[in-house]
Design a protein around this ligand. Structure first.
Ligand code: UT7
Length: 326
């Protein structure tokens, strides 16, 4: 049986650091409140002129280098992002060009913060069917471009970054065992950006009404997120006869430390087997699980043979989980 296995990971965070103290100057908030309620201490933000594809290319180069592969080896590119450089063409197309890949297929996946698990599992399908040998799966965001820095409900958590994973066909029992993707559109108004699409194309009025910024009912998102995280991961583990105690490392979407802790508690996973880096990067949307996996590899916390669980949750709502043997 062919499985898709992650053989290389890479992450890239833009240089510019935005601390909680910086945010105290922009909105009515405090370092104490942000740390207590989210666990976030600082986040990275793109520079003037920098955008999602720039971050994606850097992360992809690092992932390819760690897999000891070149752009020529890539058979397909998939980019999870909510903040493409442009509506047209796809960011994946720009990555294909900038990396210097062959004329391989490339596509963006929009599943908000679940874009990590979505892109990874969708990329894996091409390998499992035998269609492609290597897929470059990327999550990249410049969420600061759609953040309203007068809205303390969103500007404290959303941030920028990119991560990538090289998926390769493996037949030695390692790789992605299974994964599930879900969505429920009834929650769409809890996290959305109204302007700039076909419903409300950009006009002076949409700009004046601040419709090109993400709107979020954070507390309601929080509650559903914890439930969906716990449900999706428990179901996946149970289906394969695993218990929480079998999981070596859980790498969740880094939205808020309290969401991660609450979900881990429900699944019965101690925090020493949960990877957390939300303190350094905030919520980087579709990038976060990729960035976390890359850092976990570098920290020696993902070793061959480990049972690894990942999960992500975001606007839409869209969410999903995957289980793999590293
Ligand atoms: O990536 C997937 C999608 N996004 C998420 O997963 C985000 C999920 N939500 C969250 O992370 C949290 O809901 C937030 C961090 C956004 C907000 O934290 P919360 O604990 O849910 O706060 P809250 O909205 O319930 O507000 C509690 C209080 C309110 O004051 P009162 O009414 O109790 O007096 C807010 O006005 O905290 C106030 N507040 C703040 N105070 C200081 C809200 N935001 C802030 C702030 N600084 N930034």
């Amino acid at each position: 049986m062919i499985r898709a296995k992650i053989v290389g990971t890479g992450a890239y965070a833009p240089d510019r650091v935005l601390t909680n103290a910086d945010l105290e100057k922009l909105v009515q908030t405090s370092d104490e409140w942000i740390v207590q309620r989210t666990g976030i201490r600082e986040r990275r933000i793109v520079a003037e002129g920098e955008a999602t594809a720039d971050l994606a290319v850097r992360a992809a180069e690092r992932a390819l280098a760690s897999a000891k592969l070149t752009p020529d080896d890539v058979d397909f590119i998939i980019v999870g992002t909510t903040t493409p450089d442009m509506i047209l063409p796809s960011t994946a197309n720009l990555v294909q060009l900038r990396l210097g890949c062959r004329r391989v297929g490339s596509i963006d996946v929009l599943a908000a913060c679940a874009g990590s698990v979505y892109s990874l599992l969708m990329g894996a399908q091409f390998i499992q069917t035998g269609k492609y040998r290597r897929v470059l799966a990327i999550g990249a965001e410049a969420l600061s471009r759609i953040v309203d820095y007068t809205d303390r409900g969103t500007c404290i958590i959303l941030a920028d970054g990119a991560g990538a994973a090289v998926l390769e066909a493996a037949e030695d029992g390692s790789g992605i065992i299974d994964g599930d993707l879900y969505s429920d559109g009834k929650y769409w108004e809890l996290l959305y950006m109204p302007g700039g699409g076909a419903r409300h194309p950009a006009t002076h009025e949409t700009v004046d009404k601040r419709m090109h910024f993400a709107k979020m009912k954070g507390n309601e998102v929080f509650k559903v997120a914890v439930r969906m995280f716990a449900e999706s991961t428990s179901q996946l583990l149970a289906r394969h006869g695993f218990k929480a105690s079998d999981v070596d490392l859980f790498v969740p979407h880094q939205a808020n430390l309290r969401i991660i802790e609450a979900a881990a508690k429900r699944v019965d996973l101690p925090m020493d087997r949960v990877f957390v880096n939300v303190d350094k990067y905030g919520n980087t949307g579709a990038a976060s699980v990729y960035v976390a996996m890359a850092e976990a590899v570098d920290a020696g916390r993902l070793r061959p043979g480990d049972l690894v669980l990942i999960a992500a949750f975001g606007g839409g709502f869209a969410w999903g989980a995957a289980l793999m043997r590293w």
